[in-house]
Ligand binder design. Structure first.
Ligand code: PLP
Length: 415
C-alpha cells in the first residue's frame, strides 16, 4: 500500500494548478484558503469526473439493462471497491455510502445502537467530539434510558486515557471517539482506544469518527481494529453529499436497515418484505452516483500525491504557523498536543474570534471562527470560541506568512 500511495517529488506550485479555486481573488487579493477542516477544495480531476458522468453516462443504477445504466452502476461499484482498498477493509460489503460522516454515525447509532443498547447500558464519547458524534448517541441514550459517559480532555487537549479506562464498565455497549479533533487537531490514539475497549469486553462496539483523519493520514481500518469508521468525501478533496460508513461485516449483517424503500429490498409484498444483501441493505433509494464517482477520483488524486508528501507538507505548514503565531503578543494556542494534525486553533486576549475572522477575510484569508460544532469542548475550555486555521497540502509557507501578517494588522486595528 505504501508504495502505491507515494509519489516521488512534491511540487506545491504544480499541485496548486490542479485546484482552480486557488486562483481566486478576494477584493483584489489572492484567496488564502485556511478552512480545510470545514471542507477541502477540489482538484480538476474530481470536477471533471463529475462533469464526465453527467455528460456521458448519467443514468439510474442497479436496475437498467441498457449501456449507460450499466456504466453508471459499474462506476458506482468501482468507487466502493476503491474505498475498500483505500482504507484496507476486508470486503466491499463493509463499505456503505452515506451522505457524509453525520449520516454514517446516525446509521450506526440508529441501526446498531437501537438494537444493542438497552436500559442501563452505557455509551462512551469524549469531550473532544464534534456534535455529529455526540447528539446521535445522546438521542439513543435518551430513548433507551441508557447513560452517556464522557472521556475528559487534559489542558493540552488530549484525551485522558486513564479516565477512559475507568469509565469502561460491564455496562459499556459502545465507544465513539474521533480520530482527529476538528477544533484542536489532536490525533487520538485510536488503536489503543479500541484495544482497551476490546480487552474489557470484545462485545463493546467501537466507532471512530474519521472525518478529520481520512485525508491527513493513511487509514487502515483493520489495523485500527474498530467496528465502525465514518468519513466524508468533501473533507478529502471529493464532493459534498457523499460519505462512508465502514462497518465490520458480521455486525452489518446482523443490523436492521436504517432507511427503507427501493434498492434495499430483495422482495416486497403486502404480507412482508425481505431485505437486500450488504451493502445495498443500507442504501435505500437512488444513491449519490455523482458523489461516488467524484469520491473515486478524489481517492485517485490523493494516491497520486501520496500520504508521505501530504503529511510532510502539512507538518511543515503547522510548524511554521505555530512558530510565527507564538511571536505575536496576546495570542494563545488552544490545543497543544505533541501529536497534532495541521489545525491551529487560537484566541487573542481581549478580542472576539468572529471579528478577527471578518477582518482576515478583507485580506483574502479564509479561516473558521466560533465553536466549530464542539460546544461542549468550548464550555470545558471556558471559551466562547476560537479562530481556527487549518492547512491542506496545497497551502504554502507564503500563504502562512500572509495569514500571520494579516493577523498582526487585524490585532493592531482591533486592539
Ligand atoms: N466529525 C468531525 C470530527 C468533523 O470535523 C465533522 C465536520 O466538520 C463531522 C463529523 C461532520 O461531517 P459532515 O458534516 O461532513 O457530515
Amino acid at each position: 500500500m505504501q508504495d502505491t500511495l507515494t509519489k516521488k517529488i512534491f511540487d506545491v506550485d504544480e499541485v496548486r494548478r490542479d485546484f482552480p479555486i486557488l486562483n481566486r481573488e478576494i477584493e483584489g487579493k489572492p484567496l488564502v484558503y485556511l478552512d480545510n477542516a470545514a471542507t477541502s477544495q477540489k482538484p480538476v480531476s474530481v470536477i471533471d469526473a463529475i462533469s464526465d458522468y453527467y455528460s456521458r453516462y448519467n443514468a439510474n443504477i442497479h436496475r437498467g439493462v441498457y449501456s449507460i445504466s450499466m456504466e453508471a452502476s459499474a462506476a458506482y461499484e468501482n468507487a466502493r471497491i476503491n474505498v475498500k482498498e483505500f482504507i484496507n477493509a476486508a470486503s466491499e460489503k463493509e463499505i456503505i455510502f452515506t451522505r457524509g460522516t453525520t449520516e454514517a454515525i446516525n446509521l450506526a447509532a440508529y441501526s446498531y445502537g437501537f438494537r444493542n443498547v438497552q436500559e442501563g447500558s452505557e455509551v462512551i464519547v469524549s469531550e473532544l467530539e464534534h456534535h455529529a458524534n455526540i447528539v446521535p448517541w445522546q438521542v439513543l441514550c435518551l430513548n433507551k434510558n441508557a447513560a452517556l459517559k464522557v472521556v475528559p480532555v487534559n489542558e493540552k487537549g488530549e484525551l485522558d486515557i486513564e479516565e477512559y479506562k475507568k469509565l469502561l464498565s460491564d455496562k459499556t455497549a459502545i465507544v465513539a471517539v474521533s480520530h482527529i479533533s476538528n477544533s484542536l487537531g489532536t490525533v487520538n490514539p485510536v488503536k489503543e482506544i479500541v484495544k482497551i475497549a476490546k480487552a474489557k469486553n470484545p462485545k463493546i462496539a467501537v466507532l471512530i469518527d474519521g472525518a478529520q483523519a481520512i485525508h491527513h493520514t493513511r487509514v487502515d481500518v483493520r489495523d485500527i481494529g474498530a467496528d465502525f469508521y465514518a468519513f466524508s468525501g468533501h473533507k478529502m478533496y471529493g464532493p459534498m453529499g457523499i460519505g462512508v460508513l465502514y462497518g465490520r461485516e458480521s455486525l452489518l449483517e446482523a443490523m436492521p436497515p436504517y432507511q427503507t424503500g427501493g434498492d434495499m429490498i430483495s422482495r416486497v409484498s403486502f404480507e412482508g418484505t425481505t431485505y437486500n444483501e450488504l451493502p445495498m441493505k443500507f442504501e435505500a433509494g437512488t444513491p449519490n452516483v455523482e458523489g461516488a464517482v467524484g469520491l473515486n477520483a478524489a481517492i485517485e488524486y490523493i494516491k497520486s500525491i501520496g500520504f508521505d508528501a501530504i503529511e510532510e507538507q502539512e507538518r511543515m505548514l503547522l510548524k511554521h504557523a505555530t512558530e510565527e503565531i507564538l511571536n505575536i503578543e496576546d495570542v494563545r494556542i488552544i490545543g497543544t498536543s505533541e501529536n497534532k494534525a495541521s489545525v491551529l486553533s487560537f484566541v487573542v486576549n481581549g478580542l472576539n474570534a468572529l471579528d478577527i475572522g471578518i477582518m482576515l477575510d478583507t485580506h483574502g484569508v479564509a479561516v473558521r471562527t466560533g465553536q466549530h460544532c464542539t460546544e461542549p469542548l468550548m464550555d470545558k475550555l471556558c471559551l466562547p470560541g476560537t479562530v481556527r486555521a487549518s492547512f491542506a497540502f496545497y497551502n504554502t509557507k507564503e500563504e502562512v506568512d500572509i495569514f500571520i501578517k494579516a493577523l498582526k494588522k487585524t490585532i493592531a486595528i482591533l486592539k
